[in-house]
Design a protein around this ligand. Structure first.
Ligand SMILES: Nc1ncnc2c1ncn2[C@@H]1O[C@H](COP(=O)(O)OP(=O)(O)O)[C@@H](O)[C@H]1O
Ligand SMILES: [Mg+2]
Length: 362
């Protein structure tokens, strides 16, 4: 049955690794946790325990991961901030998977998120029939986390209206929720915390108040520092993702990964890697996450309609879709990049240039 599910939560997908880490535990375990901070770090950054290989989940500064884990040991909440696609959600899911064995207590922040979704609401049929009772209560993930002494996740917190953010302030500072309808107050058990994520691109939509920021330890997740780092992330994640899908295609060669990452980095930064030439930046987000999905899409094209090896045409189709998001402006930026940068790069790039050009004819 497991094979039928499109996406398993991290704790199920990596259950073997988590079990191995728990079995080999030697260090003290914080209250409410399933493993020590050291083991959580190994789970996130990779390593080996007693013959079991722990695959790296987050690739980047180990120190950032340590700071994030250490925050959760204290009673402060953790806020992961960064550009889109810098693995904020990814890291938050894996932290909760390792610490609690449960990454599913999530609230997705949107403009429509209500205070009830952070606290609790009611099964109205039961409420009307029998009046307020514990059975008629619908507890939010945060409520559950408080009761069980575990970690709740709050995605895209800066998209929520300010009254919703305020509701979270009171929970984070008082560590209790009162339910006046039942005349009870639920105090958070030890181990309760919140990991929130916020996108720097959403800044200004609903700026987080200083009061809310003060309740979090903030960890900024950076975009990969250089081409090699980005290539490693992409290579690793494409291999992991495609293993779970029936793509019938070979993994992209290093040369292909390098080309995609180079193009993405240059368009993102607005200049060539050697900094000799400025280029126009398209409107879309060209994050590491997009590079990963572009390559998986190219593998799907190659596996379904091609030879099973990513061709220049497969890659060009993906690039076009990723870079040109529908506006005329992006088309101009992409065409200029093709003519002024890619075309002049010499033989290694000629095939890809031609394939991209072919798609741009119409
Ligand atoms: N440094 C990184 N290490 C591992 N995976 C990464 C890294 N950066 C991006 N990714 C990948 O990018 C994808 C998207 O990340 P996600 O957590 O959704 O981004 P966001 O920061 O927007 O929440 C994930 O599949 C993740 O594996
Ligand atoms: Mg996210």
């Amino acid at each position: 049955m497991e094979q039928q599910v499109l996406r398993l939560p991290a704790e199920q997908l990596f259950q073997k690794e988590i079990d191995a880490l728990i079995a080999a535990e030697k260090d003290p375990i914080p209250t409410g946790w399933r493993m020590s901070p050291r083991s959580v770090r190994t789970y996130i950054c990779g390593g080996k325990v007693k013959g079991t290989v722990i695959t790296p989940k987050y690739i980047g500064h180990e120190r950032l991961v340590e700071i994030a884990i250490a925050t959760l040991v204290t009673d402060r909440a953790l806020l992961l901030i960064g550009e889109p696609g810098t693995a904020k959600s990814w890291l938050s899911e894996h932290l909760t998977a390792a610490i609690n064995g449960d990454s599913t207590k999530v609230i997705q922040g949107t403009a429509g998120t209500t205070e009830e979704q952070i606290r609790y609401s009611w099964n109205y049929a039961m409420l009307i029939a029998n009046g307020p009772s514990p059975e008629a209560m619908l507890k939010s993930p945060v409520f559950h986390a408080m009761e069980t002494g575990s970690i709740a996740r709050m995605e895209e917190i800066s998209r929520c209206a300010s009254e919703v953010q305020d509701a979270l302030i009171s929970i984070l500072s008082e560590k209790r929720i009162s339910v006046p309808e039942l005349s009870i107050e639920v105090a958070a058990k030890k181990g309760f915390s919140v990991i929130a994520t916020a996108n720097t691109r959403d800044k200004g939509v609903n700026d987080m108040s200083a009061a809310l920021k003060r309740r979090f330890n903030i960890v900024v997740l950076p975009a990969p520092a250089n081409l090699d780092a980005e290539m490693e992330i992409v290579r690793t994640r494409v291999a992991q993702l495609s293993a779970g899908l029936d793509l019938n295609a070979a993994l992209p060669e290093d040369d292909t990964v390098e080309k995609v990452c180079t193009i993405f980095r240059e368009l993102r930064k607005g200049e060539t890697l050697d900094r000799s030439q400025k280029v126009k930046t398209p409107s879309g987000v060209l994050s590491t996450a997009e590079a990963i999905s572009l390559l998986c899409n190219s593998m799907a094209l190659a596996g379904s309609f091609g030879s099973g090896i990513i061709s220049e045409a497969d890659l060009a189709a993906g690039l076009q879709g990723a870079v040109v998001k529908d506006e005329d402006k992006d088309n101009v930026a992409w065409k200029e990049y093709l003519e002024n940068v890619m075309k002049k790069r010499g033989a290694r790039w000629t095939g890809l240039y031609r394939a991209c050009k072919e798609l741009n004819k119409v």
